[in-house]
Design a protein around this ligand. Structure first.
Ligand code: HPA
Length: 253
């Protein structure tokens, strides 16, 4: 099995440019949609988060099929892109963050590979939900790609598909959240469960509900930097020396 690197494309970054072949990967959890690179990009798998139907809402994304497909394709480190709403004052539309923490407020999603029975029982440490090594590299290499990236931030994951109420965002802010999205969970924990190094790049496409005036989503903010995101991700994935430090210092059962 070749060693491969993975990109998970979210809203606004749905598919790669030319040079990738579309593949449907069958997994025990259902099909996943991936593009496998050709030529110089033969080590790259681009996974479309929103799936074969292209338009799955965040609560219906088949996160287990997606992560299992990456594992089956030999991917061992991944960067995911997220569209988010900014809660912190310094994450306006167009702001970019490499999140370091998550608050999970989702419900009703299939959020583990360790579901008891035949799949056995495992409690996975998740103190650091994003790979610190990849996150630091994303920030460091960002400048070379013309992208200023906030080096940390807490991502609160709501279930959607509706946006939040102003009170929900006030609560999330009081809990320490800097940005809000609908897709980092259970994606991040599933990657961790199968020991795929996982980091994210979040791009703000609106101020979160009630933060500054009426909620107005603008994917134009993402449009203008989209061309720089994939090269940055590939650069980081190809040049970062990885070890399992963050995992090996913690043990669950
Ligand atoms: N809330 C939740 N998810 C989002 C938002 C938001 O304001 N913007 C983009 N994804």
């Amino acid at each position: 099995m070749p060693h491969r690197i993975g990109i998970i494309g979210g809203s606004g970054v749905e598919r790669p440019e030319a040079g990738y072949t579309e593949t449907v990967v069958d997994t025990p959890y259902g099909p996943a949609l991936a593009w496998i690179g050709e030529g110089e990009a033969a080590d790259v798998v681009f996974l479309s988060r929103h799936g074969v139907e292209h338009d799955l809402p965040p609560h219906r994304v088949n996160y287990r099929a997606n992560i299992k497909a990456l594992q089956l394709l030999g991917v061992d480190h991944v960067i995911a892109s997220f569209a988010v709403g900014g809660i912190a004052d310094d994450i306006p539309p167009g702001g970019i963050v490499a999140p370091d923490q998550i608050i999970d407020l989702t419900n009703g999603r299939d959020f583990t590979f360790f579901d008891g029975g035949e799949s056995s029982l495992k409690h996975t440490p998740f103190t650091e939900p994003f790979s610190p090594q990849l996150r630091v590299a994303i920030v460091a290499r960002g400048a070379a790609h013309g992208l200023a990236i906030r080096p940390t931030g807490t991502y609160v994951c709501f279930n959607g598909p509706r946006f939040e109420t102003a009170a929900e965002i006030r609560m999330a802010k009081a809990f320490g959240a800097d940005m809000v999205g609908m897709t980092a969970m259970p994606e991040a924990i599933l990657a961790r469960e199968v020991e795929i190094h996982y980091a994210g790049i979040a791009v703000s496409v609106n101020w979160a509900a009630g933060v500054k005036g009426p909620l107005r989503v603008d994917f134009g903010a993402l449009e203008s930097i989209r061309g720089k995101l994939l090269p940055l991700m590939l650069d980081v994935l190809r040049t970062t020396e990885l070890n399992a430090d963050v995992w090996s210092r913690e043990s669950g059962d």
